[in-house]
Write a protein that binds this ligand. Structure first.
Ligand code: ASP
Length: 438
């Protein structure tokens, strides 16, 4: 069985919902994971924000706006009076429920419930539409089987058991529709898998049922070899290994949420990225296979800060790096890139919440300098050091760009360059011209 996930823009209008239904009704049994209609989750967070600030009037204005938008969809999505009535009643009940939160106390617990309503809305609307069309579909409520453990990590064993049980109790259907993003925690309270978490839901469900494939449907034809918003002439990458995809997902290729890779990788299930607007395009397949000796793509990560610590105490000493890293650890700040010499170490971070405290501590160890507004440019592919020439090719391509740090050898799949944000476009374009379009 396959698991197919459709993102917010893929179900963003009644017409898109109809297109999705057309796509999924091919006679094959499958589980379909849906996000909220685009814009809805943001709006629900906005409503929660008003309620945290004890402004029920502001929250109600937003609820009314959202409600109006959803009611407008009824006539476009359903054809029969019977289903228009059913959908209207469902929406009425949903929005009354959301409105009920404006009356009582509002904590993080209530927020978790509200922000998950977007997925409840989209899945019910699509399921009702499929019923109206006489299609063989059933709704599987994610809150009945998606769960995190006491550490806040997905409880795959529970998900597997529970899903198996629910599906065995349900009569056989061609299509099972469920919500992405939402789950319960170990205490049964409503939780979610963080923003963009529907990809993660799909991957966990795929791993739980041992799916033959997990398909992530978005509005772009697969992972591109460079950022199409910034450089000219990018093209989709046909095949990536899980490692390459993780690097790209982390370094800014927004098409796939980074958390989605791990469950699929462990279960050995291929992930295919496909485009709802162009369903016959081949997209990108991500699997355990590595294509030897090829550079696949380039990606960039913004808002990076570089910190350099130099100290003659580092010369021939041991334990110096540990002390440096411990400071970052104690301020819960993760380090992206690291380069070292005998008398200095440079690191890059993207979370500067505790930067001033970190700098105060580091100054006890050596002389500290900081470069802000930097950007990591990352070249991804099979870059094993036995494949001679790739690192020189990448650095040669960057010869016109001032480079603050270079990192190679941390994994077999990545060469990273730290450059000023102002040079990002130049660096990406130059890499694209030389690596992919030469
Ligand atoms: N609807 C949620 C969000 O916007 C989850 C998702 O779409 O993946 O973050």
């Amino acid at each position: 069985m396959k698991v197919l996930k459709f993102g917010g823009t893929s179900v963003g209008t009644p017409q898109r919902m109809k297109d999705v239904v057309k796509l999924i009704t091919d006679g094959e049994q499958k589980i379909v994971v849906l996000s909220a209609m685009s814009g809805t989750t943001n709006m629900l967070y906005e409503i929660s924000d008003y309620l945290h600030k004890k402004n029920p009037v502001g929250a109600n204005e937003n609820i009314n706006q959202l409600e109006e938008k959803y009611f407008q969809h009824v006539d476009d999505l359903y054809t029969t009076e019977e289903y228009k009535k059913k959908a209207t009643e469902f929406l009425q009940q949903e929005f009354d429920y959301i409105r009920s939160f404006t009356k009582g106390i509002f904590t993080m617990f209530e927020e978790k419930i509200i922000v998950g309503q977007g997925e409840i809305l989209s899945t019910n609307m699509v399921a009702l539409y499929m019923q109206e069309q006489g299609l063989n579909a059933a709704l599987l409520p994610a809150l009945e089987f998606m769960r995190t453990d006491k550490n806040g990590e997905p409880d795959l064993e529970y998900i597997r058991e529970k899903l198996k049980l629910i599906m065995s109790e349900e009569e056989e259907h061609e299509i099972y529709i469920t919500q992405g993003f939402i789950c319960r925690n170990a205490y049964g309270e409503v939780e979610n898998l963080q923003r963009g978490g529907s990809d993660y839901s799909a991957s966990l469900i795929g791993a739980a049922i041992g799916a033959s494939e997990i398909q992530i449907w978005t509005d772009i034809d697969g992972m591109h070899n460079n950022d199409p918003r910034i450089v000219d002439k990018t093209s989709p990458v046909g095949q990536l290994s899980f490692e390459e995809a993780s690097e790209l997902a982390y370094f800014g290729a927004k098409i796939l949420h980074p958390t989605c890779i791990q469950p699929a990788k462990f279960a050995g299930i291929p992930v295919r990225l496909l485009n709802t607007m162009d369903p016959s395009a081949p997209g990108t397949i991500i699997s355990n296979k590595t294509q030897r000796g090829t550079i696949k793509a380039v990606a960039a990560k913004d808002n990076i800060t570089a910190i350099n610590i130099t100290s003659s105490r580092m010369l021939l000493a041991y334990g110096f790096l540990r002390k440096v890293f411990e400071i970052f650890e104690s301020y819960k700040t993760s380090i992206d890139m690291v380069t070292t010499s005998e008398v200095g170490v440079s690191v890059s971070i993207d979370n500067t919440t505790n930067l001033s405290q970190i700098l105060n501590e580091l100054k006890k160890l050596g002389t500290v300098t900081v470069d802000v507004d930097m950007c990591i440019i990352c070249v991804v592919g099979d870059l094993d050091w036995h494949n001679i020439g790739f690192e020189s090719l990448a650095t040669e391509t960057m010869k016109e760009v001032p480079v603050r740090m270079i990192s190679y050898g941390g994994s077999n799949h990545n060469i990273s360059f730290l450059v000023a944000a102002a040079d990002k476009k130049k660096a990406l374009q130059s890499l694209s011209n030389h690596l992919f379009n030469a």
